[in-house]
Design a protein around this ligand. Structure first.
Ligand SMILES: NC(=O)C1=CN([C@@H]2O[C@H](COP(=O)(O)OP(=O)(O)OC[C@H]3O[C@@H](n4cnc5c(N)ncnc54)[C@H](OP(=O)(O)O)[C@@H]3O)[C@@H](O)[C@H]2O)C=CC1
Ligand SMILES: O=C(O)CCC(=O)C(=O)O
Length: 426
């Protein structure tokens, strides 16, 4: 597999999401005949909104938080992307994540651009009513730049369907009418889609299944380790388990559990049910998050935070396939090492794209005021994921590139064509 970043160039780590995203963009662009002006434009967000969000804590003190909404590109449709509550949220991280959303929507061929937002806060430090206050105030601060045809937020790390319901309500109250399409990932009772919550994990499992078959392995004889047991990790682990894979390790922020005979994925509470609960589940062995990534398994799925596969551990990753459940889990230096080792890494912008795909289904349901059944959501997601997998696989086979470059080539070709058709600078 060819990679234009080499081990010797070894970009310094930890690299910011924006730097990684730009490096990946240029690397894919080098394989295509695209106007370099378009590429330069795509290295920058269209707009970044930064706001201060004050809330009154239950102690009576007023605390100020910083929130962002980065809007990267909207040439193919409204900005779209999640909202993250995490202490490490920064402007640069939101911009990098918004770029990945642009490519993700294009890989899936859905009519959205890319955005990402967040608040630098540890949601575990806040009570339920403080989180509600924070979400409502943040929504008011960004109200003029979001909307069903402008920019549509969704869940990401640290946010959930309840957060989206508060966002929808705060926006709707100001607009004077109920506008479910302003946000996706809501509970179905207020216009959310069945299956949105589990969709990113489901797509990770579907893509893992296809990759396992592509590399001539039998799913029922495949061992899997999953880092992170939240919306993405827990659903991917449970589905692969249901399909017969041997899920031998899972983890949360405190570390993981290992059982060579397979852990009972359905018996472990997910982050949503009970945060930090993995280690409370009895298992023959425990391990650190770093050890999990180096387990000698067939498939490893980092599905928590970014930058966990680095120059430091890339040579020690013993799995045969890496499926990126998280956004940006692999640094540029680690990508170069994996390419040199011929270790397939199926990229985030394809593997976890089920989330935004079912968000698109939700948006369609909101416009039509007509809910789909869970079976329909699953069927249509399966169809979309297989079509995207096939498109990326064709590029992978036709060119001597990594899976990441292949996915970028599909995405970038569509985005560049749209820019050129609309006149370069929309
Ligand atoms: N939610 C979505 O729709 C989508 C999310 N993603 C990406 O997937 C990743 C996970 O998101 P999501 O599942 O929603 O997040 P959640 O908040 O639902 O869960 C996060 C999980 O990761 C664990 N975790 C947190 N920090 C660490 C750490 N340092 N090391 C190991 N585990 C850690 C948490 O542990 P604990 O329970 O102990 O807190 C929890 O199990 C993110 O990169 C996100 O951007 C991608 C596509 C869609
Ligand atoms: O559903 C969405 O709109 C976006 C989900 C998301 O943030 C992501 O895929 O990273």
């Amino acid at each position: 597999m060819a990679s234009t970043t080499t081990r010797d160039q070894d970009p310094s780590e930890p690299e910011s999401a924006i730097k990684t995203a730009r490096r990946q963009l240029q690397q894919a662009a080098d394989h295509l005949d695209i106007d370099q002006n378009v590429i330069e434009r795509l290295k920058h967000p269209k707009k970044v909104h930064e706001v201060t969000v004050p809330i009154e804590r239950e102690t009576g003190e007023v605390e100020l938080y910083t929130g962002y909404r980065a809007q990267h590109d909207s040439v193919r449709g409204p900005f779209k992307g999640g909202l993250r509550y995490h202490p490490d949220v920064t402007r640069e991280e939101c911009v990098g994540l918004s770029m990945w959303m642009t490519w993700k929507c294009a890989v899936m061929d859905i009519p959205f651009g890319g955005a990402k937002g967040g608040i630098a806060v540890d949601p575990k430090d806040l009570s339920e009513s403080e989180k509600e206050q924070l979400t409502r105030r943040f929504t008011n601060e960004i109200r003029s730049v979001i909307g069903p045809t402008k920019d549509i937020p969704a869940p990401d790390m640290g946010t959930d369907p309840q957060t989206m319901a508060w966002l929808m309500d705060a926006y709707s109250m100001q607009e004077g009418e109920t506008i479910p399409g302003v946000v996706t990932g809501k509970p179905p009772i207020v216009g959310g889609s069945e299956g949105r919550d589990s969709a990113p994990g489901r797509s990770v499992a579907i893509i893992a299944r296809e990759a396992i078959e592509y590399y001539d392995k039998d799913l029922t004889a495949t061992s899997v380790a999953v880092q992170g047991f939240g919306s993405v990790g827990s659903n991917a682990a449970k589905l692969l388990d249901d399909w017969g894979a041997n899920v031998v390790a899972v983890s949360d922020v405190n570390g993981g559990i290992y059982d060579a005979n397979g852990v009972d994925t359905h018996a472990i509470p997910s982050h949503d049910e009970e945060p930090e609960a993995v280690l409370t589940h009895g298992a023959p062995e425990t391990l650190t998050n770093d050890e999990l990534l180096e387990l000698d398994v067939d498939v490893v799925i980092p599905a928590a935070i970014g930058n966990v596969l680095t120059a430091e551990n890339a040579d020690d990753v013993a799995a045969d396939i890496v499926i990126e459940g998280a956004n940006g889990p692999t640094t540029s230096a680690a990508s170069a090492i994996f390419a040199e080792r011929n270790l397939p890494v199926i990229p985030d912008i394809l593997a976890n794209a089920g989330g935004v795909t079912v968000s698109y289904f939700e948006w369609l349901q909101d416009i039509n005021r007509r809910a789909w059944s869970l079976d329909r959501v699953h069927d249509e997601l399966e169809t979309e994921m297989l079509a995207a997998w096939q498109g990326v696989r064709e590029e992978f086979e036709a060119r001597d590139v990594t899976w990441r470059d292949a996915a970028y080539i599909v995405a970038l070709s569509r985005i560049a064509a749209a820019h050129e058709m609309r006149g370069l600078w929309p």
